[in-house]
Design a binder for this molecule. Structure first.
Ligand SMILES: [Zn+2]
Length: 605
């Protein structure tokens, strides 16, 4: 059987020109060699698999070559180059500091440094993962790095530059390697596939490149894996099955559904995705990226940020044309919020579903998706919508806004004609709805605008008793309902609470700090309680209560949220402290703790 060589090794670049995606850097190195301006120590930094070690080897080979080519590359013919190719050169020494990080290992290396090269001019010492050296080893090495013999050149490579001691950094010329972009990776994979005689769809290679996330070595090993699974026919379908990647087709489909406010279908599609074994979190971050990709495809200037193959690019721009830019901004925000809250959520699936409803809601002022006063009723109208839209909607306009039946659906903000067919209003109501549609077109679609309208409408809900087809009134009803009745959880309350504290102006810093030390508690479905230390804080909180409540109502889409403030009972103090409060109190006393937490990216659970 033929020896199998993995692609990452087989297609390892042998000269600077064939290094993928690091053009600026390789040119600089080549120039330095050509002009003879060599440093004694280099530090190559960058993510894994982007060519640090490869460049170090090419560098070693090139500076020792006896007949450099006119464009500054190693000739590949001379004695030194041959020795390098056959891996028998004594002019290159590699130490993997991840596994050889003791003082002894460094001492052995230093021994080697003293001996001058027999062929060629330079001995190159490559220390990979140099940040893994022990402190003692670092110190032992420092002396040599300060005064190396003129024939010695050190190339230190690391994925974690911040872990390198400043004393080392200051003695090195530093080169930062970039992550490989998707297009460069795809091009290289194409080249490898061609050489190997493998059929590969560009979209398939794109998925591989994205999965590799900027690392060429990873990309090539994924490629090898896929080739062996697919028997040499690398198709998009086989690759996504193999790599457990969610088909972008789903994102296009779900976006279409959301744009059409087809919540039930979106729920079913989500169900299908989850049944395929995909994680809800994975899905929602993917959806956020999809929305982001749509956003960048709307504008020619941001189009280069879209890292997909040409055929998919056309689909992105087609779907992007149908999306309002504000819809995209807000959809990204909603998906991102879901991403942030995902870990803390007790009912993750519901959180994802809620997010989809919210995104669907962005395209429409239709109250259907939001109405109902309790969680149970919230969902009911969505699924009834298709069955009997006419009867339900017909009844609503005639009633007070507090009813739980859906009101007349108001057409979308975008006024896209392709909207949900189920949102057609009953014949008798059509004039008002149509008028309304025109109104809506003229009006701003910014969410805050709607919310301002909401606060007005709360004060005059009775107006909707009026049966005359006045658009303003119908809309008021719809908008009021729009913002109602999302279930409130304690964690959401706390999230918004902190959010509010963070938004306070700088002169309110003390209050913000105090607020963050409090832990609002949910007393019933909508009322939360804040316990404060003393009368002074009590007064302060009371004075801010209405603003806080308004913030909560808007953010959590529940107009019933209330806040109560209570002064802490003397015996209560100790009990109220959980881990989070303990941390907060400790960190106000000792700010270093906060720094410690941030530096190590710690989380309190
Ligand atoms: Zn040569």
């Amino acid at each position: 059987m033929e020896d199998y060589i993995v692609s990452a090794r087989k297609y390892r670049p042998m000269n600077f020109d064939s290094v993928v995606g690091q053009r600026a850097l390789t040119t600089t190195l080549k120039n330095a060699i050509a002009t003879g301006k060599l440093a004694h120590a280099y530090l190559f930094c960058g993510p894994r698999g982007v060519g640090k070690t490869t460049c170090a080897r090419i560098f070693a080979r090139t500076i020792n070559c006896q007949h450099l080519t006119p464009d500054g590359e190693a000739c590949g013919q001379c004695e030194s180059c041959q020795a390098f190719s056959e891996q028998r050169s004594y002019n290159i020494h590699e130490l993997d500091a991840a596994s050889n990080n003791s003082v002894e290992d460094i001492r052995t290396l230093i021994e080697q440094v003293r001996i001058p090269p027999q062929i060629g001019q330079y001995k190159v010492f490559i220390i990979d993962e140099v940040h893994m050296l022990s402190t003692a080893a670092f110190n032992a090495f420092l002396k040599t790095l300060e005064e190396p013999p003129h024939h010695a050149i050190f190339i230190l490579a690391t994925t974690e530059k911040h872990k390198i001691l400043p004393t080392i950094l200051s003695r090195c010329q530093i080169y930062d390697f970039n992550r490989m972009n998707v297009n460069d990776t795809v091009d290289h994979l194409k080249y490898v596939a061609e050489k190997e005689g493998i059929e590969a769809e560009v979209e398939a290679l794109n998925v591989i490149a994205q999965k590799a996330d900027g690392g060429m070595r990873d990309a090539l090993s994924i490629f090898d894996q896929v080739v062996s699974f697919t028997g040499g026919h690398v198709t998009y379908q086989r690759v996504i099955e193999n790599l457990n990647v969610l088909d972008y087709e789903y994102y296009f489909r779900i976006t279409d559904l959301l744009l059409g406010n087809k919540v039930p279908e979106a729920m079913l599609l989500l169900n299908e995705i989850l049944n395929k074994g995909f994680d809800g979190h994975h899905f929602i971050t993917g959806l956020a990226s999809h929305m982001r990709d749509l956003m960048v495809s709307r504008d020619a200037s941001t189009l280069p940020l879209l890292e997909v193959s040409d055929s998919v690019r056309a689909r992105y721009s087609e779907q992007a044309q149908r999306c309002d830019i504000k819809f995209l901004y807000r959809a990204i925000k909603v998906c991102n919020d879901c991403d942030l809250n995902y870990r803390a959520s007790k009912n993750k699936r519901l959180l994802v579903e809620l997010t989809l409803i919210q995104v669907a809601q962005l395209t429409t002022d239709d109250a259907d998706a939001w109405c109902g006063r309790s969680p149970k009723k919230t969902l009911k109208p969505i699924f009834n919508q298709q069955v009997a839209p006419a009867q339900q909607t017909g009844a609503t306009v005639a009633q007070a806004p507090q009813t739980t039946v859906p009101v007349t659906p108001v057409p979308t903000q975008q006024a896209t004609p392709t909207n949900s067919p189920t949102s057609t209003p009953p014949a008798t109501e059509r004039p008002s709805a149509l008028f309304n549609k025109q109104q809506m077109k003229k009006e701003s679609t910014v969410p805050t605008f709607k919310r301002e309208k909401l606060s007005v409408s709360i004060r005059q809900p009775q107006k909707s008793e009026n049966l005359q087809p006045q658009p303003e009134i119908v809309k008021t009803t719809a908008l009021e309902k729009t913002e109602e009745d999302f279930p409130v959880t304690e964690s959401n309350i706390r999230y918004c609470w902190n959010e509010f504290a963070n938004q306070l102006p700088i002169e309110e810093n003390a209050t913000a700090g105090r607020m963050k030390n409090m832990r609002p508690k949910l007393l019933n479905d909508t009322t939360f309680e804040v316990v404060v230390d003393n009368e002074l804080v009590n007064k302060k909180m009371q004075s801010m209560a209405s603003k806080i409540v308004q913030h909560m109502r808007t953010q959590l889409h529940n107009s019933k949220i209330e806040m109560t403030v209570r002064i802490m009972a003397p015996n209560e103090a100790k009990r109220a402290y959980g881990i989070v409060e303990q941390y907060q109190i400790m960190s106000t006393k000792n700010p270093v703790l906060q720094k410690f937490k941030e530096t190590f990216n710690l989380e309190l659970n």
